[in-house]
Write a protein that binds this ligand. Structure first.
Ligand SMILES: [Zn+2]
Length: 275
């Protein structure tokens, strides 16, 4: 049994501010250690429950946050940027299940730590086939293309609710209760990481007995709508061939499958960000 642990940083134990997740800030060093701790807890639960292989993907910023020297030696680490599958690098049909560790709610969610969708500066909303998604839905749909289900998520209560609504009854480890975009009641790592470990172990057990929700497979072709923060961003990203500017801040396009949709969405955001 092979598990892919896709990691982000905003939903890590104790994180409540951008300063905690940006490398240029001195506070960041503490939080990358906490991130590595949350990941190690998930790895531990996965192996305790009998998985054979674990691959971790560092999906925050430029993918260089997890401290490899402190990583559980039973896992392998995808790190660096740009990788073909970005936040879910390593996904293919050989993976049996995916965990999202340190995830955050989609842009526009109230009382959700650092809510955003891919780029807090550029993206207001993202729809896949009329389904409003954040990074949980987007990355789950990429995994779903390969028939791989998401089994577990960790982060604040808001991303937990978002994941349950979208993916069905997966395992959730709530490590903090957000009381605003940048405030939360947080569990200390000694407690939160036990919750992550236990949720990971339960997820693997349920996978073995077949008691997990199905993969998020979206019908192809995938219709994408991307709403930017400004008209200028939509205008700039609209240089991508095949896109239609359907409203001032909105681009739409069709992709033959989810991996292609993922590449186009990322490309459109890179172009918009270049402003
Ligand atoms: Zn992130």
């Amino acid at each position: 049994m092979k598990i892919l642990i896709a990691a982000d940083m905003e939903g890590i134990t104790g994180v409540t501010a951008w300063a905690h997740v940006m490398p240029e800030n001195p506070e960041y060093a503490r939080y990358r250690r906490l991130m590595t701790g949350d990941i190690n807890a998930a790895i531990q639960g996965t192996f305790e429950s009998g998985a054979d292989e674990v691959v971790v993907t560092d999906g925050h910023h430029t993918g260089g946050n997890i401290l490899i020297e402190e990583l559980d030696p039973r896992a392998r680490l995808n790190t660096g940027n740009v990788s073909p599958f970005s936040m879910v690098q390593g996904i293919d049909s050989s993976v049996d299940g995916v965990f999202f560790v340190g995830y955050h709610a989609r842009a526009g969610t109230p009382d959700a730590i650092l809510d955003h969708t891919w780029s807090s500066r550029c993206v207001t909303n993202l729809w896949l086939n009329d389904l409003l998604v954040g990074e949980t839905g987007l990355n789950a749909a990429v995994c779903g293309h390969f028939g791989v289900p998401v089994l577990m998520v960790s982060g604040d209560q808001a991303v937990g609710t978002e994941a349950l609504d979208l993916l069905g009854k997966i395992e959730v480890a709530v490590v903090k209760h957000a009381t605003g975009r940048m405030s939360a009641e947080c569990l200390p790592p000694g407690v939160s990481q036990t919750k992550i470990c236990e949720a990971a172990a339960r997820a693997v057990s349920r996978l073995r007995t077949g008691e997990v929700p199905p993969a998020l497979r979206l019908p192809a072709p995938v219709q994408v709508a991307l709403e930017f923060k400004s008209t200028e961003m939509a205008e700039q990203a609209g240089i991508l061939p095949g896109t239609r500017r359907t409203e001032g801040r909105r681009l739409e396009f069709s992709a033959p499958d989810m991996p292609t949709a993922y590449r186009l969405i990322r490309a459109a955001i890179v172009i918009a960000r270049a402003l």
